[in-house]
Design a protein around this ligand. Structure first.
Ligand SMILES: O=C(O)c1ccccc1N[C@@H]1O[C@H](COP(=O)(O)O)[C@@H](O)[C@H]1O
Length: 234
């Protein structure tokens, strides 16, 4: 259990990531997303400009969270971009020191993204989860890769209050929630027509499936390739 676990009856939070336009932001908000992700990592196929992110952020009303997503970027860049783009939360991927995460958490709630290997190894990176305002998100080693984690293998180690990402979509999110009972779920690849272009029908189905606990077509997707705990150990 992390220091800041939500109440056991707290509603599941649903994040739609990789927002690249005002239209996508408004559509996702109207579909019922609690949080929208804006990716500022230059390597991403979903890179969004500060200007577009800011306009989208200001277009979704007072309640929807806007999450700036960063991967191994400088502290000044993260704080400046989050402020300019009017982000309400910062999501941090990469190999980052505790000091770095602590510093970001002085200004923004943080979703700290770790891999199952970090969890299983009891990595130093886990220390920051004790900080006020820092929440764990578990994701695959390749962010935005669309490959699900091995939920069954994670059952015994998945912390209460953590969020789950990695290859989630309308057809498998309900099964992931049943397996791990995350506080929040996050997806991008499986909600797109092409990289960076949202499929609004998939976004609606994802939010619905997460909230209702059913797959959008009544069937679970074949799991296909999954990262397993053993993969992570190597
Ligand atoms: O999606 C990206 O391009 C990306 C780049 C850099 C950091 C994070 C990125 N995306 C994050 O990946 C996970 C899940 O993605 P998927 O559903 O498996 O495709 C999600 O947290 C995104 O925020």
């Amino acid at each position: 259990m992390t220091a800041h676990s939500p109440h056991p009856t707290a509603p599941l939070r649903v994040k739609v990531c990789g927002t690249t336009s005002v239209t996508d932001a408004v559509q996702a908000a109207e579909a019922g997303a609690d949080a929208l992700g804006f990716i500022f990592a230059p390597i991403s196929k979903r890179l969004v400009s500060v200007e577009v992110a800011r306009a989208a952020s200001l277009s979704v009303g007072p309640v929807v969270a806007r999450v700036g997503v960063f991967l191994n970027q400088g502290l000044d860049e993260v704080l400046r971009t989050a402020e300019q783009a009017r982000m309400s939360t910062v999501q941090l991927h990469g190999d980052l020191s505790s000091l770095y995460v602590t510093e970001v958490a002085r200004y923004h709630p943080v979703l700290r993204v770790l891999r199952p290997a970090d969890l299983l190894a009891g990595a130093d990176a886990l220390d920051v989860l004790e900080l006020p305002g820092v929440t764990l998100m578990l994701d695959a080693p390749e962010p935005g890769g669309g490959v699900p984690l091995d939920w069954e293998a994670l059952r015994s180690v998945f912390p209460a209050g953590a969020w789950l990402a990695g290859g989630l979509g309308p057809q498998n999110v309900a099964a992931a929630i049943r397996a791990l009972n995350p506080a929040g779920v996050d997806a991008v690849s499986r909600l797109e027509s092409s990289a960076g272009v949202k499929n609004h029908e998939l976004v609606r189905s994802f939010v619905w499936a997460a909230r209702s606990g059913s797959s959008s077509d009544g069937a679970e997707l074949s799991t296909g390739t999954r990262f397993t705990v053993d993969n992570f150990r190597t």
